[in-house]
Design a protein around this ligand. Structure first.
Ligand SMILES: [Ca+2]
Ligand SMILES: [Ca+2]
Length: 116
């Protein structure tokens, strides 16, 4: 039991470190037309998917599944992502991000645009 606990704690720390280390995210938000945009490639390139403020995609669709690499985010908003559809598996929050990092690249299956 203790062993499992220690293992899950160290994994949590490692995952957070990895995202902070590889990801190229800014704390400042870019001026978009409201809401969040996910992109297939880094640097806001390739196919994109828009999400209005406080909306959620429980499945990104076959075209975008396990392909998202960057996000644009309106002021006051952030994205929350999940590795599986229907908010399943690991989760992480991002601001404006030209590359989400090796841990999350091409992994996202559901996401949400959270705004104040
Ligand atoms: Ca990609
Ligand atoms: Ca996935």
């Amino acid at each position: 039991m203790l062993f499992f606990l220690a293992l899950s704690i160290s994994c949590t720390f490692l995952c957070i470190d990895a995202v902070a280390g590889d990801g190229i995210c800014s704390t400042g938000a870019s001026a978009t037309t409201g809401g969040c945009v996910a992109y297939e490639h880094a640097d806001f390139d390739g196919r994109h998917q828009d999400l209005r403020p406080n909306h959620i995609k429980t499945y990104v669709g076959d075209r975008m599944n396990d392909k998202i690499s960057s996000f644009r985010v309106s002021p006051g908003c952030r994205v929350v992502v999940w590795e599986d559809r229907d908010k399943g598996g690991a989760s992480q929050a991002f601001g404006e991000c030209q590359y989400i990092g090796d841990d999350w690249n091409d992994d996202i299956s559901s996401w949400q645009c959270e705004c104040r």
